[in-house]
Write a protein that binds this ligand. Structure first.
Ligand code: PLP
Length: 331
């Protein structure tokens, strides 16, 4: 079986509105003084539809299909207080009739805002794990899963960001989608730039680019502090290898092919930066597109800074993937 065939053979639920549009950002280009190139384009994964949009919808198509295949009766996942991933899981779970438990880092807020509102409306069960909670292998989530199993229940645990090989298949599939859109548009992108958090998006895109022949250089802009960038790039390369292995694809991605920008985080994850705020305003004013302060604003700020530093050539076509997060503007 080809890797593409292996991808098609995986259980998958059609939860998202795909393909998401790709649009040229001409008025943003003008504002940035890019009259002689490079071209700036955006892929609207904020419009995946599922649970108000965002990149986790693509991952949940595969993760929740696996949950159903395993006849799960509850889905457990974890993230920050304003986790977009948890919101999309809560909404998808409600639509599929699955009991959803969210393990959120932080204390229960007095008033629910932003992402907590749709999650609450969809009937998710909240477990606030305190400010010291862990995103990965959150111990109280693991304990809760064990407790459910002891009661004869069948919990399905999704890691933070659905960033395991199953979830990352959503972005392998997105790479195939981008390839088809390039063919329809009669062009090829030279660069793809996006926000990187739990790295499933980047690893999936890198694996998918290899399988489906995307020529773009893929750059993740880190949205959380990365203590050891080299180790992180190595981890991402290892993640890509796992995805490729699962699809029976040959080859590997070298650490040098993992491009990660770590200079746009500011004080830390979910702490807005002035440049990120300016990017949110620019895209709103110039394109009617809403970025967010935690992920896509910082990623766009990184892209703009790279443009200013001359990282892209005048004939380059740069595709920014809008991974969502706009609901957090209301937090
Ligand atoms: C989760 C998330 C990301 C990062 O994706 P990862 O696969 O976790 O790296 C980017 N943007 C938004 C809006 C997200 O919610």
């Amino acid at each position: 079986m080809t890797p593409a065939g292996a991808l098609d053979a995986l259980p998958r639920l059609r939860l998202c509105q795909l393909p998401t549009p790709i649009q040229r950002l001409e008025r943003v280009e003008a504002a940035l003084g890019l009259t002689g190139g490079p071209e700036l384009w955006i892929k609207r994964d904020d419009l995946t539809g599922l649970g108000l949009g965002g990149n986790k919808g693509r991952k949940l198509e595969f993760a929740l299909a696996e949950a159903q295949e395993q006849e799960a009766d509850a889905v457990l996942t974890t993230g920050g207080l304003q986790s977009n991933h948890c919101r999309q899981t809560a909404v998808a779970g409600a639509a599929l009739g699955l009991e959803v438990h969210l393990f959120l880092k932080g204390d229960r807020p007095e008033r629910f805002t932003g992402n907590l509102i749709p999650s609450e409306l969809c009937g998710a069960v909240f477990h606030f794990v305190g400010p010291k909670g862990a995103y990965t292998e959150e111990p109280s989530m693991t304990e809760f899963a064990d407790r459910l199993r002891a009661e004869g229940r069948r919990p399905y645990v999704i890691p933070a960001g659905a960033s395991n090989p199953t979830g990352a298949m959503g972005y392998v599939n997105a790479a195939r989608e981008i390839k088809a859109q390039e063919e329809a548009l009669g062009l090829a992108f030279d660069h793809i730039v996006h926000a990187t958090g739990s790295t499933g998006t980047q690893a999936g895109l890198l694996a998918g680019a290899k399988i489906f022949g995307l020529s773009a250089r893929i750059t993740g802009v880190a949205v959380g502090t990365v203590a050891d960038p080299e180790a992180r790039r190595r981890d991402i390369a290892g993640f890509v290898d796992k995805i490729l292995g699962r699809l029976g694809a040959s080859g590997a991605v070298a650490e040098e092919d993992v491009h990660l920008l770590t200079g746009y985080v500011g004080e830390g994850y979910a702490v807005p930066t002035p440049e990120g705020r300016a990017a949110v305003r620019l895209l709103a004013e110039r394109a009617g597109v809403f970025l967010d302060y935690t992920y896509t604003g910082k990623a766009m700020a990184g892209l703009i800074d790279q443009l200013r530093q001359g990282a892209f050539g005048p004939t380059d076509r740069v595709l920014f993937i809008h991974t969502g997060g706009q609901i957090a503007l209301f937090a």
